[in-house]
Design a protein around this ligand. Structure first.
Ligand code: N01
Length: 541
């Protein structure tokens, strides 16, 4: 028996709710369950709280949303007490914050850490779920609540020969806890998404030589991270409630919103000035506080894309390297836009080499490094910044079986089907925090999470007050929601691009636009209306 099992041996094996995951979502969910006075158990695969911030410890890992919105809003006291050091906090600081929240609200005692949920099955006769763990426990629960994150199922590409590599290899999303020292090493980074773009400049400074293996060049916008000075802190503390209120209703849950103007209606010089001013400010606002048609109209999008291409040309000294780094053939923003600190500048360093995999793809990993069609690159370490099986992967890998033993991965074999991204037909009393079909990754994650947790908590309270035993979406509601999510996605430029938003990064995964893109504020309003109408679209028994 493990230590954590021993510690928890007095815990009940029959509860009102089981929560899976101890990240932003799981912690707040447990807090709300405690407030409701519901008995609960919570399981976390990692050895502590943090979720994304527990696992993603790669060099340079930091938030891409400003600290003053990348945090909880549920406690004004917490908001006032906690002091963020800078605009975009690094992983260690966010993890400290989540540790603080867990201690302050006494949440850790609800969790079994180092415990993976291996299956969850619904029993129609009793109306209970049975949750099994790798510690050999079986827990019966009325409500099953997944708080497993959207980007937690790490994906290492199946490249032949990896098992024979004599150096060390890492995935950014499963980074070791002990410090990885690349000094004097020849390092290869595969992948240039957000994780690659954050880590490459830092690894380049440490390693003897860095080879970046790039399959698709990426657009990136400067973060312009900076410490929060005393005057800025004073203003933030004063205005924070208003800032949060703006986030609650904004398109992507940030304290700014799309402009009412379209890119094509403004004069090119004025447009360039606007892009330049926001480029100097840095952050997502450059794209998501900008013209409202950028993700809907190709010509409009091209004005923003070309602005970034010019910046790359102006930054990277070797024109051949710049040519390889310049993204073409897909609209900017349809792959998740990274924020960076000196990413393009890094390619001016003597010790950094760019390999364009479109010209010469990776054939295999050999004991001494990576072999492409043209050449073998000798390496002491490989970093896979190759992403995740997004949104559906964290859920389908759990082994969830609903009514009649139906497997969630089978139900979703042609793409996820949900109602509001929070529930799915055939899986009664199961709630997914930021599931597919909700705004989730298209919004500021803590804002998306708090909205879902609050909605789920209110729903459970409603069921309890009514003495109801089950809740489940109707087929009509689920079908209509799926059609609506698809229609909205089809109206954007996203389907043009192979991205994890489309499931296109995972071989064999159905090509479906996964999140809801109708706007975070609109979604919140809709969820509130559905609740106010007695949970319209759900059948409650
Ligand atoms: O993963 P990605 P990520 N051979 O999927 C390449 C969030 N996040 O971990 O574009 C060679 O974006 C792949 O190439 P291609 C954020 O939402 C947040 O970087 O498919 N290359 C791509 O370049 C983000 O979007 C934060 O052609 C291969 C890269 O690997 C999401 O997590 C920080 C390959 C994968 O990029 C995922 O980001 C970091 C192969 N076989 C991440 N397979 C913050 O908020 C894949 N690639 C701070």
């Amino acid at each position: 028996m493990s230590a954590s099992q021993k510690m928890n041996s007095s815990r009940s094996n029959e509860v009102d709710a089981v929560v899976i995951g101890a990240g932003f979502a799981g912690l707040y969910m447990v807090h709300r369950l405690k407030e409701l006075g519901l008995s609960h158990r919570a399981f976390e695969q990692g050895g502590g709280v943090g979720g994304t911030w527990y696992w993603n410890r790669y060099p340079g890992a930091s938030s891409d949303s400003e600290s003053w919105v990348y945090s909880y809003t549920f406690s004004p006291e917490l908001e006032q007490d906690w002091q963020w050091s800078c605009r975009f906090p690094e992983q260690a600081e966010i993890l400290r914050y989540l540790e603080h929240v867990a201690d302050r609200f006494d949440l850790k005692r609800s969790f079994d850490f180092n415990t993976r949920v291996t299956s969850a099955s619904y029993d129609e006769a009793s109306g209970f779920w049975t949750v099994e763990t790798d510690g050999g426990e079986r827990v019966r629960t009325k409500y099953l609540i997944t708080a497993v994150g959207c980007l937690s199922a790490a994906q290492v590409p199946k490249i032949p020969g990896l098992e024979r590599f004599q150096g060390k290899w890492y995935h950014t999303g499963q980074w070791p806890h002990e410090k990885v020292d690349f000094s004097g090493k020849r390092v290869g980074v595969v992948g240039t998404g957000s994780s690659g773009i954050q880590s490459i400049p830092i690894i380049a400074k440490q390693a003897k030589h860095l080879t970046v293996f790039q399959r698709t060049p990426n657009f990136s916008v400067p973060a312009r991270n900076a410490p929060i000075g005393p005057e800025q802190m004073r203003k933030l503390k004063r205005d924070i409630r208003q800032i949060r209120e703006t986030c609650r209703w904004a398109t992507i849950g940030q304290p700014y919103d799309l402009l009412p103007t379209t890119a094509l209606e403004v004069d090119p010089e004025e447009r360039r000035k606007h892009y330049e001013a926001d480029w100097q400010k840095g952050g997502f606002e450059w794209m998501f506080g900008s013209y409202c048609d950028l993700l809907f109209n190709e010509k409009a999008n091209e004005t923003a894309a070309e602005f970034v291409r010019e910046k790359i040309r102006g930054t990277v000294k070797d024109p051949e390297v710049a040519r390889k780094l310049i993204p073409r053939g897909y609209p900017i923003g349809t792959k998740r836009l990274p924020l960076d600190t000196d990413y393009f500048e890094t390619f001016n360093r003597e010790n950094v080499e760019l390999v364009d995999l479109r010209e010469s793809s990776i054939e295999e990993i050999v004991p001494s490094g990576i072999r492409t069609r043209d050449k073998t690159y000798p390496l002491d370490a490989i970093v896979f910044a190759t992403g995740f099986d997004a949104l559906t992967g964290p859920l389908t890998r759990i082994g969830i079986r609903g009514r009649g033993g139906q497997r969630l991965d089978e139900k979703w074999s042609t793409g996820p089907r949900t109602y509001l991204g929070v529930s799915t037909l055939g899986f009664p009393n199961m709630f997914m925090i930021t599931g597919p079909g909700s705004p989730s990754v298209l919004g500021n994650m803590p804002t998306s999470i708090e909205q879902h947790v609050d909605w789920i908590s209110d729903c459970i309270a409603h069921l309890r007050n009514k003495g109801a035993t089950t809740i489940e979406p109707t087929k009509d509601a689920e079908d209509a929601w799926g059609a609506h999510v698809k229609e909205l996605g089809d109206g954007t430029l996203f389907p043009q691009t192979d991205s994890w938003y489309m499931g296109a990064n995972i071989p064999g995964k159905p090509r479906v636009f996964l999140p809801y893109i109708g706007g975070f504020g609109t979604y919140r309003k809709l969820c509130d209306e559905i609740a106010a109408k007695g949970y319209e679209g759900f059948s409650i028994t």
